[in-house]
Design a protein around this ligand. Structure first.
Ligand SMILES: Cc1cc2nc3c(=O)[nH]c(=O)nc-3n(C[C@H](O)[C@H](O)[C@H](O)COP(=O)(O)OP(=O)(O)OC[C@H]3O[C@@H](n4cnc5c(N)ncnc54)[C@H](O)[C@@H]3O)c2cc1C
Length: 400
């Protein structure tokens, strides 16, 4: 069996690596001509850290990433702490796997190097997929073709594979625009730099901040309920004045963070939602990661669910004939990711509600409370994962 993975993002690289380590011949087609340092911070929670540990990347992940520590939920206007979340060394012990924040480019680089060792030559840059057929025939933008016994669309939120074979419905604008910025810590006033990481919540706004790269740089993201902008891209430049216009009432620490952002280090993108797909397999083609289940960022599980999918798919293909493997993969991952998508949306609403003080007590239904950190796609038998894929359902019924 040969597998072609389309898209060398976090999910596609993890899939290619996991497949190669199972001895399955794999090629990975990526549209980019060269690998550049794009993006900013992302979260590797324990459910994904467990997979990276298994793939031999645990030590590098621990070295490159920053452990979150105690995270504060604060009032956006006053800066007062409403609640704290313990995300320190204990968390790693509780869940048996690392939790780290790191620059997307650092995680990407780790995966690229590991794949080059496990399957030299598998990554083929400069291949932008423009068409795929259910029998696994791919056409690229330069007019070349390739085929494989199985094609895995890991081509991200605007997936060509999904659009061609699965669902052509247009995504819905969520009424949210997000900004992301990177600030060298040395540019911040000392008191602001010393503040612990976490989130600031206010009606229709949410600010998230955590350190990267040993703390020398601060990563932040700001989510604002507005329909002032509607383009979905990772690379639309913005500036501090545009963002601060939405944060007139924010406390000094948040304003100082944004004001310190260097030129060219602030980007914006509109958040779009896509309904869960009714199926993940068409002929010899399946999907993975954002191509299958793009989600809003409020649970910090976007990269993690892509990494989980990759592991489950590789395990299933190593253990079963293709049809059975794909069915098992879909059962283990599709219902689960649909619920994660839904909970991400709900948590965003909770954080941006009318009364930040309401977050002081009671369940948050965040990623730890939902049990997402404990999902073990490395060791739990696949059949059990498939039957437990609705493990989130109880929580979902509660929230309606
Ligand atoms: C440039 C970029 C920057 C990002 N920055 C951040 C960030 O700062 N923080 C964060 O939390 N998340 C970021 N993300 C999103 C995050 O990586 C994903 O949500 C998550 O990791 C799921 O990964 P994925 O592999 O499913 O998709 P992605 O990581 O989006 O990867 C998709 C890959 O497919 C490739 N591709 C797309 N279309 C085609 C095609 N037609 N043919 C061939 N290849 C194709 C893309 O170039 C990309 O390499 C970024 C994504 C991208 C693409």
């Amino acid at each position: 069996m040969t597998v072609a993975v389309v898209g060398a993002g976090i999910g596609g690289l993890t899939a290619a690596l996991a497949l190669a380590r199972q001895g399955i011949p794999v090629r990975l087609f990526e549209q980019a001509e060269r690998l550049a340092e794009v993006g900013a911070g992302l979260t590797v929670p324990p459910n994904a850290g467990r997979v990276l540990d298994h793939l031999g990347l645990g030590a590098a992940l621990r070295a490159l990433g920053v452990r979150p520590g105690t995270q504060h939920i604060r009032d956006l206007a006053t800066g007062a702490t409403i609640r704290t979340l313990a995300r320190d060394a204990d968390l790693e012990e509780r869940h048996g796997a690392p939790y780290r924040h790191l620059h997307r480019a650092d995680l990407h680089g780790l995966l690229v190097e590991a794949l080059a060792r496990a399957a030299p030559g598998a990554l083929q840059l400069g291949h932008r997929l423009v068409d795929v057929t259910p029998d696994g025939r791919m056409t690229f933008a330069d007019g070349t073709h390739a085929g494989a016994d199985l094609v895995v669309g890991a081509d991200g939120v605007r997936s060509v594979v999904r659009q061609r074979l699965f669902a052509a419905e247009p995504p819905q604008f969520t009424g949210q625009v997000a900004w992301r910025g990177l600030v060298p810590t040395a540019r911040l006033p000392a008191a602001v730099a010393a503040e612990p990481p976490g989130i600031w919540v206010g009606t229709g706004r949410l600010v998230l901040r955590y350190p990267l790269r040993g703390g020398v740089v601060q990563n932040y993201a700001v989510f604002v309920a507005t329909d002032a902008w509607r383009e979905e891209s990772w690379s639309i430049p913005s500036d501090a004045d545009e963002l601060l216009a939405h944060l007139g009432d924010a406390c000094p620490a948040v304003r100082a963070l944004i004001e310190a952002t260097p030129q060219g280090a602030l980007f914006k993108w509109a958040l779009f939602a896509r309904e869960p797909l009714s199926g993940w397999v068409v002929g010899r083609v399946t999907l993975l990661g954002d191509a299958a289940h793009p989600m809003l960022p409020f649970l910090g599980q976007g990269a993690a669910t892509a990494i989980e999918d990759a592991m489950v798919l590789a395990r299933a293909l190593a253990a079963h004939p293709m049809d059975r493997a794909l069915a098992l993969y879909e059962r283990a991952c599709r219902p689960h990711s649909a619920l994660v998508q839904r909970h991400a949306r709900l948590l965003g609403r909770t954080f941006q509600g009318e009364d930040p003080a309401a977050l002081r007590r009671g369940p948050l239904r965040n990623e730890e409370e939902l049990g997402l950190f404990d999902r073990d796609v490395v060791r739990v038998p696949l059949e059990r994962l498939a039957s437990a894929a609705g493990g989130l359902q109880a929580a979902e019924q509660d929230v309606g």
